[in-house]
Design a protein around this ligand. Structure first.
Ligand SMILES: [Zn+2]
Length: 445
């Protein structure tokens, strides 16, 4: 049957396309058609060439197209504190270095630090991130400037922050952010009580009620380390998950960052309650928090996505690095080579992270879904031969091979340049602020 070709905004072709669809289809010599920010068609080149014409064509003969990577947990504004306090355990690092340093923030510094992180993430093919910070509206502005998708939570702490002298103010900020992002195509909110050890039971139950009322995810750090468990036992007489469950915080809207110090019965509990978990392997290793029982979580049926955590505890916002760490770490710990195979970690950095964040249209390239993608240069020596792009994603790519990043059909990064903002100007403004220099330990408060 002959029919005239349909017209679309953009045709994009590459040597390989890793769709991450339900069947995990990988096409060779293939591409996709983009119309109105959505994928209009995916498939082999000869089919697309027959069926479609376009205003614009992009060709990457030796490239690999992946769905945009999804950073399931970060604090983008913390780029200011990269290298500020390394080689310290979690509680020391957080309470003696990071929390005091963060007291010097202004809305502008939160926005600048977040935009720098957006630049870093886009350059590594990340199209969406979940973030928790005070002045989340400033993080939201950065995401908007960069054009990224983001799930944003105004961090709720039991102590004053520069943004909120009281919890009441933090909750008002959460309300205001929700209003501001109603109907926004690229940005969503979550409710973000920081953790068990920085909040009161009343704050946690209030946060859970907001998440129910707003029908949005509730994101919280929990079971990150044995030290946190010990602190929870002494403060509340309960382990962190027992505490959260008793307060009604473990449910299908809960997105739990870390989940390292978990008992077998707590893994079962997370599965029963439908809680999803974001695994941050490099942050957990660097802060000496331990190794999350990811194989057991997956076996129990828990949705697990990958995250970087903040740029001060990692110190990179790069999901290729997280995939690599995740694939190797669990094999090494369990002395079992078939744990966390390449396809599983790619899933955790794309479609499973999207599912964990309750944003299931992301993380896969399918007809009708958003045209959020990353193109990797497959011609580089460390990617030869291009026998299996999924194996290469987990074991060989480092993120620096990304040549194009797109959200909703819009190119946000190409060949080392960010299309929506001037990275040099941003770096100059950050150097003039000198926030990170001023807050080094020992500097006058
Ligand atoms: Zn975190």
């Amino acid at each position: 049957m002959h029919h005239s070709p349909r017209h679309c905004d953009l045709l994009l072709f590459a040597g390989h396309l890793v769709s991450q669809d339900d069947a995990r289809t990988i096409h060779a010599d293939a591409g996709l058609a983009v119309q109105d920010g959505l994928v209009a068609a995916v498939g082999p080149r000869h089919v697309l060439e027959q069926d479609w014409t376009a205003n614009r064509r992009l060709e990457f003969p030796e490239g690999v197209i992946f769905p945009g990577f999804i950073n399931g947990h970060t604090h983008a504004a913390m780029s200011w504190f990269r290298g500020l306090a390394d080689d310290l355990p979690l509680m020391d690092w957080l309470q003696r270095h990071i929390f005091p340093a963060e007291q010097r923030h202004t809305p502008r510094t939160v926005e600048l630090g977040s935009l720098l992180s957006c630049a870093e993430m886009l350059a590594a093919g990340i199209t969406c991130f979940a973030d928790m910070h005070f002045w989340a509206d400033a993080v939201a502005r950065a995401a908007h400037t960069a054009g990224m998708r983001a799930m944003l939570g105004e961090a709720i702490f039991g102590f004053p922050t520069p943004a909120s002298p009281t919890v009441k103010v933090a909750l008002e900020r959460a309300h205001t952010l929700r209003e501001a992002l109603q109907g926004d195509a690229r940005r969503r909110i979550c409710v973000a009580p920081h953790s068990v050890y920085t909040t009161t039971p009343a704050m946690l139950t209030h946060a859970a009620a907001l998440s129910d009322m707003w029908e949005c995810p509730i994101c919280i750090h929990a079971a990150e380390s044995a030290a946190e468990t010990a602190q929870s036992l002494s403060q509340h007489g309960r382990r962190p998950l027992e505490h959260l469950d008793a307060l009604g915080l473990l449910g299908p809207r809960t997105v739990l960052a870390h989940g390292v110090d978990l008992l077998p019965r707590e893994i079962e509990l997370l599965a029963e309650r439908g809680v999803s978990v974001i695994h941050n392997p490099r942050s957990n290793m660097k802060l000496a928090s331990g190794v999350a029982p990811v194989p057991a979580l997956l076996a129990a049926g828990v949705a697990v996505g990958l995250g970087t955590d903040g740029p001060a505890s990692n110190n990179q916002l790069n999901l290729f690095a997280e995939m690599h760490a995740c694939a190797l770490l669990h094999k090494g710990v369990h002395k079992q080579a078939d744990l966390l195979p390449a396809q599983a970690v790619l899933d955790m950095a794309t479609r499973h992270a999207a599912d964990a964040l309750h944003w299931p249209t992301l993380g896969r390239l399918v007809v009708g879904g958003p045209a959020d993608l990353a193109v990797v240069d497959g011609s580089l020596p460390h990617l030869q031969p291009m026998a299996d792009p999924v194996a290469h994603a987990a074991y060989s790519m480092h993120g620096g091979e990304v040549v194009l990043t797109m959200v909703a059909g819009e190119i946000l990064y190409q060949d080392g340049r960010h299309t929506r903002f001037d990275l040099d100007a941003l770096r100059r403004e950050m150097q003039d602020c000198r926030l990170s220099a001023d807050v080094r330990p020992g500097a006058a408060a």
